[in-house]
Design a protein around this ligand. Structure first.
Ligand code: ZN
Length: 304
């Protein structure tokens, strides 16, 4: 299975990371029981994190994107690995606001004024941390600004999540175009023309799904790439380099929860043992619950 592609243009001026994440976003929406507005915000962030994940070199490289603001959604956070697995959550999955004038979900207002933070753990001594003020809170704009300000990288980010009337996820996906060093002027101009008249990502995905009925996931994402870049001049035409897959996966476990619990300190641990006699921890990404008995907690306290 691969729902994502990495592509490059003939002149080596730009690289494209593109994905269709309808299934992944549906899974996250089901898990977190989201409102349409929360699903749109969380879906965009998960999709972007997945794309940024496959931009990293090694499977184990890890990246966290956090959008935090003074709006009612409070925070949307996603963690992705180089192998394309993603997990995430929204602090308020029940957030609901009036639609914008064009009838669109107001993800920007749900986040409000705040910050975007990206943490990259590439296995080096220190993780890389970049923070910028939110531009619009609409996710794609904020990430474009992040790439430019924090990574001195000219990029274009497009993301979309379409919610159907029955509240299911009709289409979700995204694309990051990254300009490469020494990019040809002509390629930059041609991309600008293309992006100017590009329909929304979800419209394109729905169209490809309709026209490509029966196609595999791989076929679908190839068709999406072709559709978006069909009018590029021949010398800047894209060709797929690599098939990848972006999918939901939570890597929590009893052992990991135990490690987290060990960090609270002897005093708090003693209190939990004496007052509650047990502990229940919930993973904020997949909402799995982990129980720790009094015996286990006592053993942990002895090891602290
Ligand atoms: Zn989990």
């Amino acid at each position: 299975m691969s729902n994502s592609l990495i592509a490059i243009d003939k002149s080596g001026s730009y690289r494209v990371y593109i994905t269709i994440t309808t299934d992944m976003v549906q899974k996250a929406a089901d898990l977190h029981d989201t409102t349409p507005l929360a699903a749109a915000g969380l879906g965009r962030v998960l999709t972007a994190a997945g794309l940024m994940g496959i931009m990293m070199k090694n499977d184990k490289d890890k990246l966290t994107v956090s959008f935090k603001g003074d709006g009612p959604a409070r925070q949307i956070l996603a963690t992705a690995y180089g192998n394309g697995t993603v997990k995430g959550y929204i602090s308020n999955p029940y957030v609901d606001l009036p639609l914008k004038a064009e009838g669109k979900l107001d993800v920007g207002a749900s986040l409000g004024i705040g910050e975007l933070t990206v943490i990259k753990d590439l296995g080096l001594k220190e993780p890389y941390i970049g923070t910028i003020a939110l531009v619009s809170g609409e996710i794609a704009d904020d990430l474009t600004a992040y790439f430019f300000i924090s990574e001195q990288q000219n990029s274009s980010v497009a993301l979309g999540v379409k919610i159907e009337k029955d509240l299911s996820i009709g289409a979700a996906g995204g694309m990051i175009i990254q300009m490469l060093p020494g990019a040809a002027e002509g390629a930059i101009d041609a991309l600008e023309v293309m992006l100017d008249k590009m329909p929304p990502m979800t419209t394109l995905i729905s169209q490809v799904k309709e026209e490509g009925a029966g196609l595999s996931e791989e076929g679908m994402v190839r068709k999406l790439l072709e559709e978006i870049f069909k009018e590029m001049p021949e010398e800047y035409a894209v060709r797929p380099l690599e098939e990848r897959n972006i999918e939901w996966n939570c890597d929590c476990s009893h052992e990991r929860m135990q490690q987290a619990l060990m960090t609270i300190g002897r005093k708090d641990m003693t209190e939990i043992i004496e007052e509650d006699g047990q502990a229940e921890l919930q993973c904020q990404f997949c909402l799995n619950k982990y129980n720790f008995s009094k015996e286990e907690l006592t053993e942990m306290l002895n090891n602290m």
